[in-house]
Design a protein. Structure first.
Length: 438
């Protein structure tokens, strides 16, 4: 979606109308998650909303939006639908897609400040979320706002400043911000439905949170022969890559053109400066084989909340390194965090293959998977869930159970037909050996 956003902005700036199709909800198995998008202008198509299953049908829907009045439309494809089978959605899931047309301001289209703000934040590496009302009263349908990670974090919880919302959404403000914060933290996009019921009226609004989390960080310690390949592979997967080495003759931008930063410093000193900003989404790979670099760097990494610590070296090197780490004060729990020898057992021989092995393990650890072969595994390939808030069932999937009590209502009490149990803003659990020394 990041690349699609940039291209949509360029097309609009060039005076071209654009149709944008975004997956807003997935139930069961789906090749692409909520937030996947495809953009169409003229004969140009960019992005993917379904991994190929329904791309042709979505492109046609987008072209219809460009040809008619451009009113937003929602389309649902599922394995039980004849239409979905015809267009090729045989993965067993349900996919809901929102299709919108945007006209360039130069030709009379409405301004798109949300797009400018979102592309600026995403382009600068700042996490952001696009909130949009996709179902609800006509006066707020299509309302959009962009929130940065910092603004969401500052608005949630006691003392939060809140965010400006339309009057109709005001009763749901705390739950909306809580959901947006959870979606950003969980690296997912999702739809959330909120309901307000009084004796006089009932309001139901569905809000889509399109998440663009800041890139995870990959710190590579050691300007070694494997570093360039690992840097390129990590960058391909969307990481902000930092190469750190104390030797200026090796640590140069010319040697590692794909790195976002090349830092000439002792790795432990560098990690001491940036460690507070490293979290479970981030990774560290130690590619050196020198105790004066390795041990202090690993000890500094163990003092952070970083999610992956990979250390290259043979099994003999690993044993010697662990002994040195114990002497430096590392305990059993600390050593359990280390991945060494680093990478999955793919039989990798070259630096490029080893980089794939390492990044495959990084992904597996982050997703809580074993990294084994899918062909020999059982169960669903992807976690089976509804990409939205939990609550009462609808013909499409699970929907939210956020209640805004009417006058005189008791806390936690719902009106007729109210869902039982879910708290306001409740979430479903959907948050969702390489070549080394012998």
């Amino acid at each position: 979606m990041r690349t699609v956003l940039e291209e949509v902005a360029r097309w609009l700036a060039a005076g071209k109308p654009v149709a944008l199709a975004r997956v807003t909800e997935v139930v069961g198995s789906g090749i692409r998650p909520a937030g996947a998008a495809i953009a169409v202008t003229g004969t140009e198509v960019l992005g993917s909303a379904s991994g190929g299953c329904v791309e042709g049908a979505l492109v046609e829907e987008a072209r219809l939006a460009l040809a008619d009045d451009g009113a937003p439309r929602t389309r649902t494809f599922g394995c039980s639908d004849d239409e979905a089978f015809d267009v090729g959605l045989t993965c067993g899931g349900l996919v809901k897609v929102l299709i919108e047309r945007f006209d360039p301001p130069a030709s009379g289209g409405p301004p798109t400040p949300w797009l400018d703000q979102l592309t600026h934040l995403v382009g600068s590496g700042t996490g952001a979320a696009l909130l949009e009302v996709i179902e609800g009263p006509s006066e707020i349908l299509g309302w959009k706002t962009v929130l940065s990670e910092a603004s969401v974090a500052g608005a949630v919880g006691p003392g939060g400043e809140g965010v400006a919302l339309p009057e109709a959404l005001a009763p749901f403000g705390p739950a909306i911000l809580e959901d947006a914060s959870a979606d950003l933290a969980g690296e997912r996009s999702a739809s959330h439905t909120y309901r307000s019921m009084t004796l006089e009226a009932q309001l139901e609004v569905t809000l889509f949170v399109d998440s663009f989390p800041s890139p995870p960080k990959m710190v590579v310690v050691g300007a070694a022969s494997f570093t360039a390949a690992l840097t390129s592979q990590a960058k391909l997967l969307g990481y902000h890559v930092v190469v750190c080495d104390a030797r200026p003759v090796f640590a140069s931008a010319a040697r590692f053109p794909d790195a976002d930063e090349v830092v000439v410093d002792w790795p432990d000193r560098f990690l001491g400066r940036v460690g507070a900003g490293l979290g479970p989404r981030d990774a560290l790979c130690v590619l050196t084989h020198d105790a004066k670099f390795d041990v202090p760097a690993i000890m500094a990494a163990l003092a952070t909340d970083i999610g992956y610590i990979g250390v290259m070296g043979s099994r003999r090197t690993q044993e010697d390194r662990r002994r040195r780490l114990r002497e430096a004060g590392a305990g059993d729990a600390d050593l359990e965090r280390l991945r060494g020898p680093v990478g999955l057992d793919l039989g990798a021989n070259s630096p490029a293959e080893t980089a794939v092995s390492i990044m495959a393990e990084v992904i597996a650890v982050h997703r809580g998977r074993s990294g084994g072969s899918l062909a020999s595994a059982r169960g669903p390939i992807h976690p089976t869930h509804a990409s939205g808030s939990e609550g009462y069932a609808t013909p499409f999937g699970l929907r939210a159970g956020c209640e805004a009590p009417g006058p005189g209502a008791q806390p936690g009490a719902g009106g007729p037909g109210a869902p039982a149990g879910p708290r306001p803003g409740a979430q479903e659990g959907a948050r969702p050996a390489s070549l080394q020394e012998n």
